[in-house]
Each structure stands twice: as C-alpha cells, then as structure tokens.
Design a protein around this ligand. Structure first.
Ligand code: IPD
Ligand code: CA
Ligand code: CA
Length: 261
C-alpha cells in the first residue's frame, strides 16, 4: 500500500473508533444546525480532530480541507487532504447505520489516494491512482450491466439548497420509469463506493462538496467507472454536480438527465 494511503487508512480507522464509541450513546450527542437540513454533531468534530492529528503527525506541511474546521494552508503545499469525518451525519445521529469516513489526498490538484471506511459493515474502500480500487484488499470493478432498465441507480435529494428541486424531481421521475429502481441511502461517499463495487450501477446528485466526493470518485475511476458533471464534462469537484457509473450506464444516465436541464 502507498505510504500516504496507509496514513489515510490509519486516520479513517482512528476516526471510526471515535464515531462508533459515540454511536453507543446517541442520546447524549450534541447536535447543531449549520443550515436548513445541514447538521453537525460534536462527534463530527472529534472524529475530524482524530484525522487531523494522524495526518499532521505524518505530514505536518501538507494542506488540508476538512468539512468542519475548513481550510488549513491551502496553496502552501502541493499536497492537499480532503476530509469528511462523517459522511452521512443525519443517518449517524438517527442511529441509521449508513455513514462513512472519507479521506482523499490530491497532489497538484489531482486526487491520488482515497479511503472511504464504513465502520458498520467494516467495509474499507481504498484506491491509489493507477493501481486500482479495493474493498477490504479485494479488487473491485463497476457492474457489468449494460441495459439501463436492469440498473439500480443511487442518488441524493437536494434537501439543503432546494432551488434545484423541480429539475431534480423531473429527473428522478424519468430515472424511476427507465431503470430497475433508485436508492437514496444518505452518504454520497458510499453511494460512489457502491458504484465502484457494483452494488448499484450508477449515481447522480447535485450540489455536493469536495469532501463528499473526492475519495469516492477516485475509487469509482480506479474500479473502471467514469465520473462527470451533469453535462458529461469534468469540473464535478468544483460544481458538486456529479454523475458516476460504468461507461455504458453513464452515457444512458446522462441522456436522461440532459432531457430535464
Ligand atoms: C451529506 C451526504 C448526503 C448528501 C448530502 C451531504 P454530510 O454529507 O453525503 O448523502 O445527500 O448532500 O451533505 O453532511 O452527512 O457529511
Ligand atoms: Ca458529506
Ligand atoms: Ca460530514
């Protein structure tokens, strides 16, 4: 394993320990609202601190973009860690076991290393650029399905900024009509990993943040999948509008989505 990925895995496991300990006493967890339908708990913050400690000990000069504490030293290093301590916070504090720790490392703006760890299933997804994607050390690939009507599509509802809601619902209606079904599981990093290992065939969502998608996207790409924005272009990390799937599924999904833009 690449030494930087090793550090990412160590940090993700450390954070998961903090999270799973807290999950035993959810009644006592303090929850704050950042915006409408956007929450943070003291556990998000503690898990993020655990990650920062591990990364800073190994690489004190690297820059960091972390969901809860923001940007540290951006522009001062070629390396940037992109961190979501709990992706799926709303699930977490409801005791709904679908959330993950997501950590990516970019070098000169290109994501090179990725880990997404689901502590409830003990699923450790990892990828290094050019080396492949793995689930608990076994190589993973995107699904082989080619006809959209057999495909299961993951998505996320645009519940924080609801300005896209009508467009989104028109897309979802069409997706439901033309596929085997849709799933809204509530953690974008895991939605992407599920594309990578073929548990779903495709994924689309608007308005995500870099920490939701940086790690999962490399895992999809290294599993033979493609990640684009809603126009089939790059720029998804900046816009947060993202579509993912195998090359064949992605093309069909983009066609459906385009009809409603
Ligand atoms: C959220 C999850 C969810 C997505 C939201 C994200 P958070 O991340 O990834 O699936 O639909 O838009 O904000 O806030 O739980 O880290
Ligand atoms: Ca997130
Ligand atoms: Ca989060």
């Amino acid at each position: 394993m690449h030494p930087m990925l090793n550090v990412a895995v160590k940090a993700a496991r450390r954070a998961a320990n903090v999270i799973q300990r807290a999950s035993l006493n959810l009644d006592t967890v303090r929850i704050e609202k950042k915006r409408h339908n956007d929450f943070v708990t003291e556990v998000d913050q503690a898990a993020e601190q655990a990650i920062l400690e591990v990364i800073r000990e190994a690489y004190p000069k690297h820059a960091i973009l972390a969901e809860e504490s923001g940007a540290h030293g951006i522009g001062q290093s070629e390396y940037e860690w992109i961190i979501d301590p709990i992706d799926g916070t709303t699930n977490f504090f409801h005791g709904h076991p679908q959330y993950a720790v997501s950590i990516a490392l970019a070098h000169k703006g290109q994501i090179q290393q990725a880990v997404v760890y689901d502590p409830n299933r003990n699923d450790l997804f990892t990828a290094s650029r050019g080396v492949g994607a793995f689930l608990n050390d076994r190589r993973i690939r995107v699904s082989k399905r080619t006809s959209l009507n057999e495909c299961l599509i993951a998505t996320g509802f645009p519940v924080v900024d609801q300005s896209m809601m009508d467009t989104y619902l028109a897309m979802l209606k069409d997706v439901l009509a033309k596929t085997a079904g849709a799933r809204r599981e509530g953690a974008a990093s895991l939605d992407l990993c599920n594309v990578a290992c073929g548990r779903v065939d495709g994924f689309f969502e608007f308005n995500l943040k870099p920490w939701d998608i940086a790690a999962g996207s490399l895992i999809v790409q290294e599993a033979g999948g493609i990640v684009t924005d809603m126009d089939g272009e790059d720029g998804w990390l900046e816009s947060g509008d993202i579509v993912a799937g195998s090359p064949k599924v992605l093309a069909q999904l983009l066609q459906i989505l385009a009809a409603h833009r």
